[in-house]
Design a protein around this ligand. Structure first.
Ligand SMILES: [Zn+2]
Length: 241
């Protein structure tokens, strides 16, 4: 089941590689927005390439959300469900609903990562529901890499030192686990803090970012509900200040 689930995941790392361009991320967080007055022709070409890559990635993400919606549309809700089935189906529906709302309104690459995570959660919840329905053991399902959910999912964790005596166990992809083991900074998904600094997304004040507050679901299970309530818009207001 877990293998079947994994095989259907899109290759986000490949897509992400397409947008890894030598351009500060805050310059393309808002595709289409002005960068500054009078960019050089070279800068203009680089920005256009980044925007095209981001648009390509968004199209792939939109296809994934549509596929998850089609899966949900053909699920037959059992009239006398086995224990666990209803909860898992409700989670799949909530995660899909949040992904579908967000994908039509994506402001930047951090929110795009949010759609990827939510659509993946919906798929994972469907796998769990199916296991409960067949009265099989529920498979351990991989979770998004905490440092950058676009790295893909992993069923392994890294022990991440967040302070002098503080450590957290977080899901992490092989490359990020290796970096943490070496004591290096993982290749994190970056975001722009309200003061304008470009930092790892999890370093943004949790009051400003639902993604930092939940670790894209690594710390809290209510990411879908928060997006359904529109809490991700707080971060957008921070970007405008
Ligand atoms: Zn990673």
């Amino acid at each position: 089941m877990a293998a079947e689930y994994r095989s259907r995941m899109p290759t986000w790392r490949r897509l992400l590689a397409a947008v890894r361009l030598p351009l500060p991320v805050h310059q393309w967080l808002r595709p289409g927005g002005p960068v500054r007055t009078g960019p050089t022709p070279e800068e203009r070409a680089t920005i256009a390439a980044a925007q095209a890559a981001l648009a390509h990635m968004l199209a792939a993400v939109r296809t994934e959300v549509t596929e998850v919606g089609e899966l949900l549309a053909v699920v037959e809700f059992p009239s006398d469900p086995a224990p666990g089935v209803s909860d898992a189906l409700a989670r799949a529906l909530d995660s899909y609903d949040a992904a579908a709302r967000l994908v039509d309104d994506v402001a930047d690459v951090v929110e795009l990562a949010g759609v990827v995570v939510l659509a993946g959660d919906a798929r994972a919840a469907l796998v769990v529901a199916a296991a409960h329905h067949r009265r099989e053991a529920v498979p351990p399902l991989p979770r998004p890499c905490f440092f950058n959910p676009l790295h893909g999912r992993s069923d392994r964790t890294a022990v991440w030192r967040t302070g002098y005596k503080t450590t957290l166990r977080v899901p992490a992809c092989p490359r990020c686990r290796k970096a943490v083991r070496r004591g290096d900074a993982p290749e994190a998904l970056v975001d722009r803090a309200p003061d304008g600094r470009v930092v790892p997304y999890y370093a943004v004040d949790t009051a400003h970012s639902v993604w930092a507050a939940t670790g894209f679901g690594a710390f809290r299970p209510d990411l879908a509900a928060r997006v359904q309530r529109g809490e991700h818009r707080t971060r957008r207001r921070g970007h405008r200040s």
